[in-house]
Design a protein around this ligand. Structure first.
Ligand code: DX5
Ligand code: ZN
Length: 229
């Protein structure tokens, strides 16, 4: 039930292909792909051409986190590049309902992302269009930031909404957390309601110090902390 999504933002981009293959071989369930545009967030990263390049290397889900505007123009490009899941921030889209529909029409699963200060009321009229809700544990833009503790209460509220919706409709929605997830806080984050955990610096930072090709021990440590739940 718990899934770990390795954020390649903290990987060694000079060896991106190996980094992706190694982290999946070490037990990561998903590859988390942070697309930043230097407008919506103050950083510039990777786009559909890089997604297309890593797609043939792995079978794992590619979880695209769009931090870029305009949202709609990028959806088809990422779908064609082999993304499985595309999430965006409501502030970055002119028409949230339309963007969510576009994602599913393009054959991907759809997610909505909440910054620390973005209220969950954006969920009110779109639950049926969601496969995933992603709560940020940090302000988006950079890896390696510290988890903002008030996110735990927000996760509880999001979990309650997901449960109520599931009871009413039978529809399952994943609840993902992104930013500041480490071995020492992942259990508390799971207790608050998350079932999918993005980890960037926790995985790629730890692995690189030991063996440049293996991330087994840190991923095992994350899972061990989760299993204490
Ligand atoms: C931040 C990104 C995250 C980032 C997480 O804007 O969306 O996915 O890579 O990095 P860590 O796990 O280091 O906080
Ligand atoms: Zn992300």
């Amino acid at each position: 039930m718990y899934l770990i999504a390795a954020s390649i933002l903290s990987s060694d981009f000079a060896r991106l292909g190996e980094e992706v293959v190694d982290v999946v071989a070490s037990g990561a369930d998903w590859i988390h792909f942070d697309a930043m545009d230097n407008h919506y967030v103050p950083n510039l990263t990777i786009g559909p051409v890089v997604c297309r390049a890593i797609r043939p290397l792995i079978r794992a889900t590619i979880d695209v986190h769009l931090m870029a505007r305009p949202v709609d123009r990028l959806i088809g490009d990422f779908a064609e590049a082999g993304a499985n899941l595309v999430s965006f921030h409501p502030e970055a889209s002119e028409h949230v309902d339309r963007s969510l529909s576009l994602i599913r029409e393009s054959g991907c699963q759809a997610g909505l992302v909440f910054n620390p200060a973005t209220p969950l009321c954006h969920l009110d009229h779109v639950m049926d269009k969601l496969d995933l809700i992603l709560l940020m544990g940090v302000n988006p833009g950079f890896g390696g930031q510290k988890f903002i503790p008030s996110t735990l209460a927000k996760l509880k509220e999001a979990r309650a909404r997901v449960q109520a919706h599931e009871r009413e409709t039978g529809q399952r929605i994943r609840l993902e957390i992104d930013g500041g997830v480490k071995v020492d806080n992942i259990a508390a984050i799971a207790r608050a309601g998350a079932d999918t955990f993005v980890a960037g610096s926790a995985i790629y930072g730890a692995g690189r110090e030991a063996d440049p090709h293996r991330y087994d021990s840190v991923i095992a440590a994350l899972r061990a902390a989760l299993s204490e739940e």
